[in-house]
Design a protein around this ligand. Sequence first.
Ligand code: SAM
Ligand code: SF4
Length: 336
Amino acid sequence: MTDIAPLIDPFARAISYLRVSVTDRCDFRCVYCMAENMTFLPKKELLTLEELDRMCSTFIRMGVKKLRITGGEPLVRKGIMTFFEGMTRHLDSGALDELTLTTNGSQLGRFAKDLYAAGVRRVNVSLDTLDDKKFADITRWGRLPQVLQGIEAAQKAGLRVKINAVALKGFNEDELFTLQSWCAEREMDLTFIEVMPMGDLGNEDRLDQYWDLKDLRARLGERFTLTDLDERTGGPARYVKLEETGQKIGFITPLTHNFCESCNRVRLTCTGQLFMCLGQEDMADLRGALRASPNDDRLEDAIRAAIALKPKGHDFDYSRQGVAGQMSRHMSHTGG
Ligand code: SAM
Ligand code: SF4
């Protein structure tokens, strides 16, 4: 696996982390992520499971050590376990350090054991509220008990669960300590995500829902002693430890620029487009290169050419006037 030069971008950042969206479909319709009447891509546009395998295996050959599978909802993609099982060989060979996924949890009851058997050890489950009614409101189509059962099944199967909650003003502000203590009781870490101006959802005004994580952190600090952790993941997350519970709390603030210089990641959509930066429109079509030839040379060239274009940083910015650097694509497309 070392006969091929690693992926280094123009700003000397090694690309070791690939996030792959395996479907744009989902069994939920979270208000900040999707419109209620979404038009999904025709199936023929999607990379097949075999193509996803080839794509990921090529990135792994080129130095990707961590693979995160996302979507849409990754576990609603038909046959997705075949893909996970295929990736096991890269874990076994040591080429891949970690295989993880981000999920809404609805299908974990069905798949937790198989995921563990395939080599997955950690999952991120998105959960914004512990209130049945609020959960149904925010996800439109989701039901909380099913997700809670999924989380339990994941823990039983031996998977470490981290909860990701989007911080929404006027929605889960009052659940800050409920979520924190619920996670502490179950030995789960918890990360808050600042809501991002993605997609054009028409009826929702995300500026109104924006809850500054500095404020959230200050509120936590009123009850707990917070110690900053040095841990850097190469992404937009920062962590603190709550001294009283030992729990790790994360803050993902993608709107700030302070993480771009260490950014080690790129994102692949379910149609084979590679986005070099979550906040930029620049992308490369890798599907064409992949389908053009059964051997991977063209694909490797296309990946290298794409990485050479990875920008220094992104342009998200909330200002008093409105949202600058707003992206027109949905999170379910690039996969969060
Ligand atoms: N369906 C899976 C899930 O919900 O975990 C994976 C895909 S989802 C797009 C990935 C993450 O993006 C979720 O944690 C979700 O809460 C987050 N997300 C979606 N839209 C967002 C937005 N506008 N701002 C911030 N986070 C968002
Ligand atoms: Fe589906 Fe995840 Fe988007 Fe919610 S956040 S609609 S669960 S893809």
